[in-house]
Write a protein that binds this ligand. Structure first.
Ligand code: PA5
Length: 432
């Protein structure tokens, strides 16, 4: 899955073996629950502990939402929506015109404070039969709360209070918070988020699983892939064979060599949200105490025509991680043209996916020559099990990597600062 051959000229074998030992120690700490933030490790054994009964309950809830509506709006921000959207976009159709492939359309709200976006959404929903899934662990995030209030009232006006209540599912803290209280008072259906699972580590909990199931994807297969990853990344696997340790070790070795920015490069717009999920996971987990690699993502080949120049020849402070996934089976050969007006007949009958692969190989070679170390992560197919494997491996690598940096990968004290300022400016009676 992970290949470090393109960083060999940047990291001495002895330095790599040193960081691998450290990664192994950190992975053991994680498993023993002796590291920082040990009360936030609920995600670590989720693949193993989530039962078939729980998955069936989530799938049943998803089916009922599908049956009730042609559209489901997922309301949430950050860790409460990025993972679900990453999987849905990676596995689903890219364009709304792909009729027949999706029974329900997923739309998103509460991930920004843009009035125009939400006004357009409400206008669109005037003509849809829709349900709401609101996800917020705290139940107190302003973006989510405002969007939920707008949508809840819109839905109540459209179908009446009783029917609206039947069309809402609240995913929130198992015990507490305003959303938990509201759901209890109004009789909304709910799914719990365990107290020891933080937002950005929650994609394999009901937070991610419900919307992914609503979009029609196989959550049992996703969890099966994650379960295999849990096995392969456990502390009993030697670090050299453990994809989470290898990734954490490589990026930390590069950081120690002065590389401050990691660019996650994918070669399909379908994986763009996966990049955004990954970026939040690493940025919030590592960026603290004046430390941390700045995670950025790029969607190639599109972005080769925007930031490619900088990557090739700009400041030498970055490394890249290329994530590729086999196609989901589409075949699209380049047609030949009798006049060859564009001089690309040499590509006639060549699959577009094959040309994209060559673009990736060419990019890695060029960037390596430009002194950009490249890590590659290759998943043979675009499928639910492969994605489950990747998501879990990344979460584990991120936690190990945070421990290697000496930070608590499970808190986000810096995120509170903007919230406090915003609440003060808005005259909130309960400033954080
Ligand atoms: O990773 C995190 O903890 C954050 O990104 C949260 O998911 C995000 O701030 C949303 O929080 P909440 O789920 O409480 O609305």
């Amino acid at each position: 899955m992970i290949d470090l051959k393109y960083i060999q000229s940047d990291i001495e074998p002895s330095a790599l073996s040193e960081v691998l030992d450290e990664a192994q120690r950190c992975n053991q700490q994680l498993e023993d629950g002796t590291g920082l933030g040990a009360d936030c490790l609920g995600w670590l054994r989720l693949p193993e502990l989530t039962t078939q009964v729980e998955l069936s309950q989530i799938a049943a809830l998803a089916h009922s939402l599908q049956a009730q509506s042609d559209t489901v709006v997922l309301v949430g921000i950050g860790g409460s929506y990025l993972g679900a959207r990453a999987v849905i976009e990676a596995l689903g159709p890219s364009l709304p015109v792909c009729h027949g492939q999706r029974s329900v359309e997923l739309l998103y709200a509460g991930h920004n404070l843009c009035d125009a976006y939400h006004a357009e959404l409400l206008e669109l929903l005037d003509h849809r039969s829709y349900s709401l899934v609101v996800v917020s662990k705290s139940g107190a995030t302003l973006e989510t709360a405002i969007a939920f209030r707008l949508l809840k009232q819109h839905l109540e006006r459209q179908v009446g209070r009783h029917e609206a209540a039947m069309r809402m599912v609240v995913v929130t803290d198992a015990q507490q918070g305003p959303l938990r209280q509201l759901a209890a008072a109004k009789g909304y259906r709910t799914l719990p988020i365990a107290g020891n699972i933080g937002g950005r580590y929650s994609v394999l909990s009901p937070v991610g699983l419900l919307p992914i199931a609503v979009a029609g994807h196989d959550i049992a297969a996703l969890m099966e892939g994650a379960r295999r990853a849990q096995e392969h990344t456990s502390a009993s696997t030697p670090a050299e064979q453990n994809p989470a340790c290898l990734y954490a070790a490589a990026r930390n070795a590069l950081y120690r060599n002065g590389k401050r920015v990691e660019l996650l490069a994918t070669f399909s717009p379908k994986l763009q949200m996966l990049g955004e999920w990954w970026r939040q996971l690493f940025a919030e987990s590592e960026g603290k105490g004046g430390r941390g690699i700045l995670p950025m993502c790029a969607s190639y080949t599109t972005d080769l025509h925007s930031i490619g120049q900088y990557v090739q020849q700009g400041e030498r402070m970055l490394f890249e991680t290329f994530v590729s996934m086999g196609s989901a089976g589409s075949h699209l050969p380049v047609p030949s043209d009798s006049r060859d007006f564009d001089n690309i007949n040499y590509l006639s009958n060549r699959q577009m996916s094959d040309i994209n692969r060559m673009a990736m190989r060419g990019t890695i070679a060029a960037h390596q020559q430009g002194q950009v170390p490249c890590i590659t992560i290759d998943l043979p197919e675009r499928s639910a099990p492969q994605l489950g494997y990747l998501l879990y491996t990344m979460e584990r690598a991120c936690a190990i990597s945070g421990y290697m940096l000496g930070v608590n990968p499970f808190d986000q004290p810096g995120v509170e600062d903007y919230k406090r300022n915003m609440q003060e400016l808005l005259g909130s009676p309960c400033v954080l």
